[in-house]
Design a protein around this ligand. Structure first.
Ligand SMILES: Cc1ncc(COP(=O)(O)O)c(C=O)c1O
Length: 405
């Protein structure tokens, strides 16, 4: 009987397997004790040792290492084409650990002028107080990023696509710029997921994820991750993961890994449905503009087509005022309130469709800052339901009380 080959998830070996194979097998070889096909939830804080200083299989304490977390971390590293993956309690915990591992007070970071509001809050309200300065720049414009650099710049930080305006940054060009000045390029790959985009292969140094989103994929777990291509940087981050302690617990790691196994098939359906939603919104009189990198008129379309497999499941649009005295903001809020199948909720990337008003919800913390989002903006996380049902729900939500324009 043929036996399963010795697992080898080194970068070279990983190149031999396709994405879906890695998602299902990387880091997930049958449990060495029982043969369990699914990595068990090792819900333990500590591990019996053979003798003083002689832990079995290297495990001592679950903040430092846990087999369920290891399975997730190996799978994430394989899918991103990295050397080391590290899983955290949330996306923001991953970001904070990264910043405090590679930066020191007095350093400087270039951040996107369009980013997740919580990421901006981390820079503006937490890291700034600790002495880490930042400059927002339009990351879709390489010259604007260059102009924002300072002698102490340690990181160029980008999201691509951005949250919520779906701007696109050229990863390869920004990696070259960062390396020219001895900085790291960090890419928040949450919106694309490794199925659609692999920043390390384009020259990025660190990939950040809110695994809460597409990687977990079922809106039932909060988590974060870092993946790096360099062993030394990986060791430095792993040291801080343990020293700072914001780790992903075993059950959360197990749930995240269960979601991750189907990432490829889910992402293709998210993209299919998003394309139909974009088509519907593009000709709707209540919509003044659709923001989606798959549209040829999107300013980042060519770069997105070069670095992404497809364009993702996130769609934003700006609501036309529709003659309402209160304008586009009131129309946007009304649309969010009227949707039924699209659940009015923060977050994204789950199997169910969500709708939200970024200005008053996910990005409220950016109000009054250079990252403030337009008041008439609506953000959709297009799920994998039957697409005709989604279109019917949007049709109903967009038929505002004031009648058609
Ligand atoms: C692009 C992006 N990065 C990071 C985060 C933070 O992740 P978490 O909520 O898991 O801390 C979010 C959360 O919405 C996000 O959308």
């Amino acid at each position: 009987m043929p036996s399963w080959p010795e697992p080898d998830w080194s970068v070279r070996a990983v190149m031999r397997y396709g994405f879906e194979t890695l998602a299902i097998h990387a880091g997930q070889e049958p449990d060495p004790r029982t043969g369990a096909v699914v990595p068990p939830i090792y819900q333990t804080s500590t591990y019996a040792q053979e003798a003083v200083g002689a832990p079995r299989l290297g495990y001592e304490y679950s903040r430092t290492a846990n087999p369920t977390r290891d399975a997730l971390q190996e799978c994430l590293a394989a899918l991103e084409g990295g050397r080391r993956g590290l899983a955290f309690a949330s996306g923001l915990a991953a970001e904070d650990t990264l910043l405090r591992s590679v930066c020191a007070p007095g350093d400087h970071v270039v951040i996107p002028d369009d980013a997740y509001g919580g990421t901006y809050r981390l820079f503006a309200k937490v890291s700034q107080r600790w002495g880490l300065d930042h400059t927002p720049a339009q990351v879709s414009d390489v010259d604007a990023v260059r102009a924002a650099l300072r002698p102490g710049t340690k990181i160029i930080w980008v999201e691509t696509p951005t949250n919520p305006l779906l701007g696109i940054a050229d990863i390869a060009a920004l990696a070259a710029l960062a390396h020219e000045v001895g900085a790291l390029l960090v890419v928040d790959n949450t919106f694309a997921s490794p199925y659609l985009q692999r920043p390390l292969a384009l020259g990025a140094d660190v990939v950040v994820h809110s695994t809460t989103k597409y990687i977990g994929g079922h809106s039932d777990v909060v988590g974060g991750a870092l993946v790096v291509a360099d062993d030394r940087l990986g060791d430095q981050l792993a040291y801080h993961q343990n020293a700072m302690g914001a780790v992903c617990g075993p059950f959360d790691a197990w749930l995240t890994l269960r979601g991750l196994r189907t990432l490829g098939v889910r992402m293709d359906r998210h993209c299919d449905n998003a394309e139909r939603v974009v088509e519907f919104l593009s000709s709707h009189p209540r919509v003044s503009r659709v923001l989606y990198p798959g549209l040829p008129e999107h300013p980042g379309h060519d770069v997105a087509a070069k670095q992404m497999r497809r364009f993702g499941g996130m769609v934003s649009f700006r609501a036309a005022s529709g003659g309402l005295a209160a304008g586009g903001e009131s129309a946007a809020v009304e649309i969010c309130n009227r949707a039924k199948l699209f659940v009015l909720a923060e977050s994204l990337g789950g199997v169910e469709s969500l709708i939200e008003h970024p200005g008053r919800m996910t990005h409220a913390s950016a109000a009054g800052s250079p990252l403030e989002v337009p008041a008439d903006l609506v953000r959709l996380s297009v799920g994998i339901e039957t697409v005709d049902d989604l279109l019917a729900d949007l049709d109903n939500a967009l038929a505002l009380e004031g009648g058609n324009v």
